[in-house]
Write a new protein. Structure first.
Length: 189
């Protein structure tokens, strides 16, 4: 596949992501096997839209009873930096009271959105809330949130691909790449 012109450099290719996702699924599966879980079922909550490729890959390897649920929470509003004000656009459709919840996220950057959602899910009565993220950008962290499992740590750069977007575009790239933000200034779609 040809590299997109807005890609400055590829950080992780499809094979690297697949291998690491499989490892994460096995680690998390092992963790949940040791827990006393009601109905032996984990509620996996994906934060749309960025989680889609990672979550689809993850559940393919996750050999534990689970239910999947999704939320749409926005804080970027089309830019490259968070607005700092998370907004729930689509809420959970099932009860999570007394359930073990695993949030699947594509990237933790400022942490504001994820901190908000973790507190929200806890407030709704979840017994436990854990987080797995494909990417962790700790340099940009504002909120005091930490992922329980991390695929890859990255530097404070704007990344695209594998679910990560710029203005709802470029999510379909089969790799994670650093975006050439200088080219974005004059880019014509």
């Amino acid at each position: 596949m040809e590299t997109h012109p807005l890609v400055k450099k590829i950080l992780f290719n499809q094979d690297q992501i697949d291998k690491r996702t499989n490892e994460l699924a096995k680690e998390i599966e092992s963790y949940y096997r040791d827990q006393k879980i009601k109905d032996n079922t984990v509620i996996i909550v994906g934060l749309l839209k960025g989680c889609v490729p990672f979550m689809a890959n993850f559940i393919k390897y996750f050999n534990h009873e689970c239910q999947t649920e999704y939320m749409v929470v926005s804080s970027y509003m089309g830019g490259t930096k968070t607005s700092g004000e998370p907004k729930i656009n689509l809420d959970l459709n099932l009860s999570i009271k007394d359930k073990h919840v695993l949030i699947i996220e594509d990237i933790i950057d400022s942490g504001i959105t994820l901190d908000y959602i973790k507190k929200y899910i806890s407030f709704k009565g979840a017994k436990e809330v854990k987080i797995v993220t494909l990417l962790d950008k700790t340099e940009g962290r504002i909120a005091p949130i930490k992922s329980d499992w991390v695929g890859f740590e990255i530097k404070n750069e704007f990344v695209i691909g594998y679910g990560l977007d710029f203005d709802e575009r470029l999510r379909n790239l089969p790799y994670v790449a650093v975006c050439d933000v200088e080219k974005l200034k004059t880019w014509k779609w």
